[in-house]
Structure formats: structure tokens, C-alpha cells
Design a binder for this molecule. Structure first.
Ligand code: FE
Length: 194
């Protein structure tokens, strides 16, 4: 198993695949899907909707930071899944464009944003998601909304959030990580130039 600091563009996809395979069967607390099913469902829905590869890949990887013990430096400070979005974004940012890492980094904030700006959104959240919303600080304040809307990748961040919420269906079959692996590599190679 490669340490995160030793990862290269040639090994990052295998590293992510390995996490899906070894850790993906873990429970997604309060939801009827495993962590891998959750991320694969969202990515499958994104692909079915014909969304850009960066959005599909961001959805596929948005919760990768839940496996914080994979990313040594974060495991010490983290309690439960606190700041999983930041841990995930940090391990990805050497290889992926800002559009991907912004979606990962802000997917929790996006829920707080949508709860503040779209009343119908709050009504659709799962029970587990409402519970974590409260732990995450509840809906954004007006000032937080204004600041959040300055992000140039706002549209994609919101899109990934909707896909995150949609990927919690009991028994929906999805494409496997292997299906997405070449796409993940393409996004890396486009970003790093090849
Ligand atoms: Fe998620």
C-alpha cells in the first residue's frame, strides 16, 4: 500500500481502487447503502445524466476522506468523520483539478448552503442527513451564503451535492469502480498535462 505522500499519477488510481475494494463495504451510517455503493450510485447517476467527467469523478470520490486512516496525517486529529471533506480534498489536490477538489471539499457546506437557499431541499433530506446537518452547523447564515456563492465552481459543487443525496438508494445496481478507473485517469492526465 503506497503512502499518500509517495503517490504518483501512475499510482493514484490504483490507490483509490484499493480503498474502494478494501474499505467500500463499510456502513454509511444511517443509510441503506455501503460507502462504496453510495459513491458508485452517485457516479452512475452522473454518467447516466451525461454530466462532464470532472463531475462524475468528483461524485465518485466525494466521500473518500471518510477513510481518513488511509491518509496518515489526518487520522490523528480526526474524530469520527469530522472534516472528511477536507481530508479527501487534500489527498486529491495533487492530482485533480480544482473543479473536482472544490466539489469534494465543499460537499458538506453545499448541504448547509442549499438548506439556507432552497426550502424544498431541506424537506428531501434523509433522516441521517438532517442529523448530520445539525452537527455541521445547520443552514448557512446570509453572510455564509454570500461568501459561498463566490466560488467559481458553485454550479458543479451543487450538482455533486444533489448526486450525493441521490446515491442512497437501497438495492440500486451500479457500475463498479473498474468502469470509472479509466475516466479517473483521464481527469488526472488532463489536469497534469499529457
Ligand atoms: Fe456522500
Amino acid at each position: 500500500m503506497t503512502a499518500p505522500e509517495d503517490l504518483t499519477r501512475e499510482t493514484i488510481v490504483a490507490f483509490l481502487k484499493d480503498i474502494f475494494e478494501r474499505r467500500g463495504g463499510e456502513e454509511y451510517l444511517g443509510e441503506p447503502v455501503t460507502m462504496a455503493e453510495h459513491m458508485l450510485q452517485g457516479a452512475t447517476l452522473a454518467e447516466e445524466a451525461g454530466l462532464p467527467e470532472e463531475v462524475i469523478v468528483a461524485t465518485l470520490l466525494h466521500d473518500i476522506g471518510h477513510f481518513t486512516s488511509e491518509f496518515g496525517t489526518f487520522s490523528m486529529q480526526d474524530t469520527e468523520d469530522k472534516f472528511h471533506e477536507e481530508a479527501g480534498a487534500r489527498v486529491l489536490e495533487r492530482f485533480f483539478p480544482a473543479i473536482v477538489t472544490d466539489c469534494v471539499r465543499h460537499h458538506v457546506a453545499a448541504k448547509r448552503y442549499l438548506c439556507a437557499t432552497k426550502p424544498e431541499y431541506y424537506a428531501r433530506l434523509s433522516d441521517a442527513s438532517v442529523h448530520s446537518l445539525n452537527l455541521q452547523g445547520g443552514p448557512m447564515s446570509k453572510d455564509e451564503v454570500t461568501a459561498f456563492e463566490l466560488n467559481p465552481n458553485l454550479a458543479e459543487i451543487v450538482q455533486v451535492r444533489y448526486l450525493d443525496d441521490a446515491g442512497k438508494q437501497d438495492g440500486k445496481t451500479t457500475l463498479g469502480f473498474a468502469h470509472f478507473a479509466p475516466m479517473v485517469q483521464r481527469v488526472v492526465d488532463r489536469h497534469l498535462g499529457r
